[in-house]
Design a protein around this ligand. Sequence first.
Ligand code: NAP
Length: 527
Amino acid sequence: MTFVITGGCCNDAACVSVCPVNCIHPTPDEPDFATAEMLYVDPATCIDCGACVDVCPVDAISSDFDLAPVDAPFLDLNATWYTGPGRATYTAAPFRLEPLSTARPGPLKVAIVGTGPTAGYVGEMLLSLRGIEVELTVIDKLLTPGGLVRFGVAPDHQDTKAAGDEIAKVMRRRGVTTCLGVEVGKDVTAAELGASHHAVVVATGASEGRRLGLPGEDLPGSVSAADLVGWYNAHPDQKDLAVGLQGERAVVIGNGNVALDVARVLAADRTVLERTDIADHALHALASSSLREITVVARRGAKPAAFTAGELLRLLQVPGVIVSTRSDELPTQLTGDPVIDHKIAALRSVADRPAEEGKRRIELRFGLVPQAIVGEETVRAVRFVSGEELVADLVVTAVGYRSRPVAGLPFDEERAIVPNEGGRVLEVPGFYVAGWIKRGPSGGIGANRWCARETVAALLADYDAGLLADPTVPSGLQGIDFAAWTAIDQHERSAGRAAGRPRIKLASRAAQLDVIAPAANTKHRPA
Ligand code: NAP
């Protein structure tokens, strides 16, 4: 018997840290951890103790005899991963981490900008330090914390949301001041934050869609995946996005996991979506959508497909949706890389599937380099360099994310990151970055735990070395505090309970402010 990691794996490696026989790889100190799509249990060395199951934040580990039918392919994927080069030689010595520490008693005052998963990991690591008093100020420009967990993760992936909810635990802790509705550069400057804290950690992620730079990209009917995902996740800035769902055909450009998320949500049955926390406006619009055919287009072939095997396997199991590929676009030879070969086998298993009456279809196409989005008043098609045109009533560009600059900090426009060395912002002492704004938009949520750890270790080393100036002024920041957020949270959850959903999100700032108790701290109410 063995345990099996399934498609929801978040890569946070909590399972690795508790495995007594080191049977889960890659471990955070192994070279392929940074690029691994997920983690895998070696069936040859698993002793079936179940320690990994207890700590997995997303319930992505099952015993082989207990696998849900949708997860059955992961039994083989876990095992075959170990047939890859260099993977037969792992030591059985358990992976153990040196705890983060500092020699000073504090108090150490740190501001964390952002409330997504990475901010949560940073806060949790600082609050877990032994022998030092830590005071945190947690800041977000929105009134609702959660970042990517609230606004990025697809609503039909509720299990994934559990991976990044550390921030909720952090905000509850003693010594933590929550300031929501506070924007750096508008309500407070970076310099003011620096003067009132020993250190500032910026973890604002990447919230903007990359642009293709093609003709027609700004036509009505063409939207970026970043905006569409914000729209269906009730982001206040995207709640009024015009998403044309009256036509029959959508083309999604790019084939990363975000492209698959978008295609799945566009194709999903109302009965699936109405059990999730999808924005009400999106639920209603999608319930009356006329879309029938969603084509996900990659510029390269199937071998370098950007989606992960886990997400592909999960896509193939979506009830009521036909997923298909074209056999003449798939490689005929296997590559020897177990993960790629798994993807190719899965793509072949649905090759040339015809449409079925009454069912939506997602077609995964390969080798089509986009040249222009075509249309006069609204999008009509996507034209590719090969000359082929795909008719489209809706075009979604899912070609990656970009971070936004943070006022007062340097910004590398090309890489869309704050230039840094191991998390230390270059030339701005006392400022640190973690997550996507530090290294670019890649990897599952849990990968940010290790990115955050590197940053926190750098911060502590600088603190110990006396390189962080003591705060010279009190913070004085006032935003929407934790009690006020709790009022919004409880309101959303209780509305959800009544409708059999996890929560019904309030999509506008005005609606959020309406449910905040008058006693809550609202001095810095955003307009
Ligand atoms: P991504 O994985 O980097 O995929 C970007 C896609 O855009 C690729 O297919 C890429 O093609 C394509 N692309 C880029 N420039 C293009 C151009 N000029 N013309 C045509 N296509 C172009 O990005 P993502 O999908 O936004 O995901 C970001 C990260 O979040 C990824 O690490 C992803 O795995 C992760 N994520 C994970 C989950 C999950 O675990 N469930 C869900 C969502 C996102 P090429 O490959 O040819 O460059």
